[in-house]
Design a protein around this ligand. Structure first.
Ligand code: WTA
Length: 639
């Protein structure tokens, strides 16, 4: 953090002192930052009121503000013609720039339209749209009128969408007629039509036009752009309490049911803004290029809320890394003069296979910082990103965080823009974050050069507050495993120097191309031929992890392996999304290795798939050890 800001705290003169100060005086730190960086309707009277062991988290109590005012109006006052969004449409070279003034206008019209259709403070609006300015305006319009948004990734199936709409008790959906990605058209409105058939609470669907192709409209549907034109460009912002809900975002956990994590207004926005500025060294006037989809938390915090709260210019990327060719990212960097590029290791691994020419073809001299997110970045990908993409001149920041944390918690240069960076390591905690490693007995590991379960020892403003309609699950998942600490579900190693390296999930969540999936969500598919199944993640060259399924058929079933696999894949893509489909299915499994209490021993299955038979370890707790032999013998029977 800049020295002049450090100077605002007694006895704090430089960045490393500020880092220490923020950990030991987290309240004073955040109070000062909140007063300085957010625009309040009413000041808060209590900085925080938190009890991690009960999952009770409140920040900036008594304060009132409006998130859309913080993201838009205050910048319109100072620099109305500054570009807020650059929409990098799927069709390369056809970007659309949206100024702060026009984004505010769009947001206000939409806010008024939603209000006119009865959307009230506290209601939940589901947004099923590709990454585009109208999606951002929809999020901000909800924030303006005090409704919560629930963005559902537009790659999710109708069933997955319906489940999220129902769980969120959402009565309004916003979508587009069709999506366009990688040159392919997807029928998003039709998917919504199918989904809402099983969502009786949905009263209205707003439909924007991404393509010119007309789409069948029902009595429930509203032509969004047409109706927006009839609305006023001024929309009174709601005065929201700091702890009112800003949004729900569903993510996978270790049971079959996705959980709707809840983020609130002030703390989330402040944390997104501060991390955006310091982790990436974002300066006024920079063009920030986060290529995540707005359907994920990365899109929320670093395509939308962080950059806009900072008055920045942010790129909305609608396409894929290889459309129309593997030079897409770098051609875009050149054309839009991107200064910070933030992407996922899976894309970097894919691109490096296409060779350096695709990168060298384009001028990347505007790049200052390269960011990585979502999964571990292996050394080869890190080196290539650094040496080829960044010409060895741009720091690569590997950022660790989660939907639950709201923003980046560990990354190499959170406070000191010159700090040393070790390849493939997230390294250092952000201001006020106190990472703690636990051993298997739940004791705090105090030394260095150790691995353990990664917890965070004190609350921070950006953390999720609860799981929608299920606070008990929130407590059990994050607060109960290590009372008094927030448990992340990840494992980490702390090096001799005290730097953190994430080692991966400790639960039954896998990470496929940076997307979180609960193995239970895939196993949950009902298929007439299948008695039971077990899904595990295995190491995959491009995707980070691939999906491997073991399937036990019912006794009397006569099926062809290939036909069955096809059927199972169709079921998974219908229930969840294409990316969740197994890469391998081992079908003719007689039984699964289980403990005597009936728990599937995934550890054993993982070792079989990794062909590490020596590593299978102690099988004495297995109900029937011959199950393992059968699986090893059947390991070739894949489809
Ligand atoms: C994993 C994405 C290693 C981790 C922002 C975490 C990472 C999960 C990293 C959250 C990283 C995220 N290195 N692993 N830099 N960043 N992860 O909720 O397992 O989609 O728990 O949030 O991704 O995924 P989520």
């Amino acid at each position: 953090m800049a020295n002049q800001e450090a100077a605002g705290f007694d006895g704090v003169s430089d960045r490393s002192a500020l880092q220490e100060f923020s950990v030991s005086n987290s309240e004073s730190f955040w109070a000062a930052v909140a007063r300085q960086r957010l625009s309040w309707i009413r000041p808060f009277h209590t900085v925080q009121d938190c009890d991690l062991s009960r999952g009770e988290i409140k920040w900036f109590v008594g304060g009132q503000l409006n998130v859309s005012v913080n993201c838009l109006d205050r910048h319109v006052h100072t620099c109305p013609e500054r570009v807020a969004l650059i929409w990098e449409r799927d069709e390369s070279g056809s970007e659309v720039k949206v100024t702060y003034r026009s984004l505010l206008e769009m947001t206000c019209r939409l806010g008024n339209l939603l209000r006119r259709h009865g959307v009230k403070r506290g209601d939940c609006v589901t947004i099923y749209m590709p990454t585009c300015p109208l999606a951002v305006a929809s999020m901000l319009a909800c924030a303006r009128i005090g409704a919560a948004h629930n963005v559902v990734f537009a790659g999710f199936s109708a069933e997955a969408l319906a489940e999220r709409i129902r769980d969120a008790q959402s009565g309004t959906v916003i979508t587009v007629n069709q999506g366009v990605r990688g040159g392919k058209v997807t029928e998003l409105k039709k998917t919504v039509d199918t989904a809402v058939q099983s969502c009786p609470a949905v009263q209205q669907v707003f439909v924007a036009m991404r393509t010119e192709n007309p789409v069948a409209m029902t009595a429930r549907d509203v032509a969004m752009e047409e109706e927006m034109l009839k609305e006023d460009v001024v929309c009174e912002p709601a005065a929201m309490d700091s702890e009112d809900v800003l949004f729900l975002l569903y993510t996978s956990g270790s049971t079959g049911k996705p959980k709707g994590l809840v983020h609130t207004q002030a703390g989330y926005l402040l944390y997104a803004a501060l991390t955006h500025r310091y982790v990436f060294s974002y300066h006024d006037g920079d063009v920030f290029g986060c290529v995540a989809d707005i359907g994920w938390i990365t899109g929320h915090s670093y395509s939308v809320y962080g950059p806009l709260a900072n008055g920045g210019t942010t790129v909305l990327f609608e396409s894929t890394p290889i459309y129309p060719d593997p030079g897409r990212y770098w051609e875009m960097v050149q054309r839009l003069k991107i200064n910070q590029f933030y992407g996922a290791p899976t894309a970097i691994r894919l691109l490096l296979k296409y060779g350096d020419e695709w990168v060298h073809k384009y001028d990347r001299s505007t790049l200052k910082t390269l960011g990585s997110v979502g999964e571990p970045i292996n050394t080869e990908a890190w080196e290539w990103y650094h040496r080829v993409v960044g010409d060895g001149r741009c720091p690569v920041v590997d950022t660790w965080w989660q939907t639950e944390t709201g923003g980046i918690c560990i990354s190499p240069r959170p406070s000191d823009a010159d700090a040393e960076i070790v390849p493939g390591m997230a390294m250092r905690p952000f201001f006020s974050i106190k990472p703690t490693l636990m051993d298997t007995e739940g004791k705090v590991l105090t030394s260095n050069d150790v691995s353990g379960a990664l917890c965070i020892a004190q609350p921070w403003p950006g953390m999720a507050r609860t799981i929608h309609n299920n606070h008990q699950r929130f407590i059990e998942t994050y607060c109960r495993p290590h009372p008094g600490y927030f448990f992340t579900g990840d494992g980490a190693y702390r090096s001799k120097e005290g730097y953190y390296q994430i080692t991966g999930r400790l639960d039954d969540v896998i990470n496929v191309s940076g997307h979180r999936i609960g193995t239970a969500e895939i196993e949950d598919n009902q298929c007439a031929a299948v008695a039971e199944s077990a899904v595990i993640g295995y190491s995959h060259d491009l995707k980070g992890q691939g999906v491997y399924a073991f399937v036990v058929l019912k006794n009397d079933v006569e099926v062809q392996g290939a036909a069955l696999c096809q059927q199972l894949n169709n079921m998974v893509s219908k229930k969840i999304a294409k990316y969740a489909c197994p890469d391998f299915i081992q079908v003719f499994v007689q039984r699964l290795p289980k403990t005597r209490s009936g728990k599937i021993m995934r550890r054993v299955l993982r070792k079989v798939v990794e062909r590490d038979l020596d590593g299978v370890g102690d099988l004495s707790t297995l109900d029937d050890p011959t199950a393992v032999q059968e699986i090893i013998q059947g390991h070739g029977d894949l489809c």
